[in-house]
Ligand binder design. Structure first.
Ligand code: COA
Length: 151
């Protein structure tokens, strides 16, 4: 398959259904999917192929979230391009949560894993506590909390 040619743009209201469907299809957190915070990746043929957002939490922290790419277009740098675009437009720190297997993927952008609850904003502390409880029962894969402090 040849490499996809695509561009990244801010989402519009017309992207809301695409975002919602893609997030449900890939099975990641379906809460807080306001299109206003999203960017979408668009194939040169006009088809939408990925999305990502920055969420803000009540504790003031920012979260890189909802990073998802349509299966047919994966492994071609679409997620990487969306993430680099988002980091260019935001000031650190930016946090994220991901499965343990994706830690090395996010390290390439300068994210590093946090291990101590005290170093996490309140929202991430709560999520980490819940997942630690679930992990101990082997109900979920390990959840990592990571932070980007700028490069
Ligand atoms: C994770 C995801 C966004 C990556 O999108 P992508 O456009 O294929 O990513 P890129 O092409 O920029 O980078 C690919 C690299 O990411 C890493 N990667 C992708 N999926 C991975 C996975 N499931 N486990 C571990 N590493 C993974 C690999 O290093 C991969 O390198 P490779 O192409 O040489 O194999 C995509 O697989 C996806 O939508 N997954 C389902 C939703 C999801 O899990 N999102 C992340 C939430 S934290």
């Amino acid at each position: 398959m040849s490499k996809a040619s695509y561009f990244i743009r801010k989402a519009t209201k017309q992207d809301a259904a695409f975002i919602w469907q893609l997030i449900w299809r890939v099975g990641i957190n379906p809460l807080g999917l306001d299109w206003r915070r999203f960017v979408v990746a668009v194939h040169e043929h006009g088809v939408r192929i990925g999305c990502a957002q920055v969420k803000s939490h009540k504790d003031g922290s920012l979260e890189l979230a909802s990073v998802a790419v349509v299966p047919l277009y994966r492994h071609q740098g679409v997620a990487e391009t969306m993430i680099r675009e988002i980091l260019k437009d935001h000031n650190p720190p930016i946090y994220l949560t991901c499965r343990g297997s994706l830690v090395s993927f996010y390290e390439r952008f300068g994210f590093s894993e946090l291990f101590e609850l005290e170093t996490m904003p309140a929202y991430f502390r709560r999520v980490k506590r819940v997942f630690t409880w679930l992990e101990k029962r082997k109900w979920v894969e390990r959840l990592a909390v990571m932070v980007w402090n700028g490069e």
